[in-house]
Design a protein around this ligand. Structure first.
Ligand code: UDP
Length: 237
């Protein structure tokens, strides 16, 4: 496998882990994604995975029901820890070493996140699964992914989604939606493209971090994207 990048941050939403189910984790999907990540890491790419939590809980859902936003976001961040532990196990089961690190320190279940710890694991070839997003409420794991990419000097953020790139509108709802091959960060912000939040795009723009948006639905989606194969949208300066 000839890969384009030396070190990447893969962003996996909670939704990506629930497969065809409506909530929680789908074992088959978890195993498929874990094997894909293991293949990419075996090809020599240093992979940090930032996991979302939307398959269990998003802060905004709690806020809508009257929980104060900061507390609701804490619940959301805890949801990402569950996904990270499940993914860590699945990657190890797929035969590759993995370590979960949490931005919300929880030493009984995994190592607290620090830049040094993450770099150490990456340097040893371990798939490093980053839980807890940024560790702060009012952010998303998309912003967390770009933040970690900046901190860890990653070459790119690989944003796995349900569609094969960035569209002018939701292609599942609007048949006239146009797909982009390339965009600048400025385009993504000014066109208000909902694939990532503005904070994530702005941080990526400031730090010149390319974002590769691709579909996780295909077999071997991550290893293909690491080789520059398959359909994707490249958001780059
Ligand atoms: N969250 C947070 N700070 C962060 C990252 C996440 O408070 O830095 C909370 C927030 O409530 C968010 C939830 O965790 O809704 C799950 O993350 P996200 O919505 O990004 O997950 P995804 O949509 O990728 O599954």
């Amino acid at each position: 496998m000839t890969v384009l990048w030396k070190r990447v941050v893969v962003k996996l939403s909670g939704e990506a882990l629930m497969g065809a189910t409506s909530h929680g984790l789908d074992q088959g999907t978890l195993e498929r994604i874990a094997a894909d990540l293991a293949a990419g890491a075996s090809a020599g790419v240093e992979i940090a995975v930032v996991v979302g939590g939307g398959n269990f809980f998003r802060g905004i859902q709690g806020a809508d029901k009257g929980i104060d936003r900061a507390r609701a976001d804490s619940i959301g961040m805890l949801a990402t820890v569950m996904n990270a532990l499940a993914l860590e196990h699945a990657i190890e089961k797929a035969g590759h070493s993995a370590r979960a690190l949490s931005a919300i320190p929880m030493p009984y279940v995994c190592q607290p996140y620090s830049r040094q710890a993450a770099l150490n694991h990456l340097g040893k070839g371990r798939v490093t699964v980053l839980a807890g997003g940024t560790g702060n409420p009012f952010f998303t794991t998309d912003t967390g992914a770009v933040l970690r990419a900046a901190e860890l000097s990653a070459d790119a953020v690989m944003k796995a989604t349900q569609v094969d790139g960035v569209y002018s509108a939701d292609p599942k709802k609007d048949p006239a939606a146009v797909r982009y091959d390339h965009l600048t960060h400025d385009d993504a912000i000014s066109k208000n493209l909902a694939i990532m939040d503005t904070a994530a795009f702005a941080l990526a723009r400031e730090n010149h971090i390319p974002i590769i948006v691709f579909s996780i639905a295909e077999a071997n989606a991550i290893s293909s994207a690491l080789q520059g194969k398959g359909r994707s949208t490249i958001v780059a300066p």
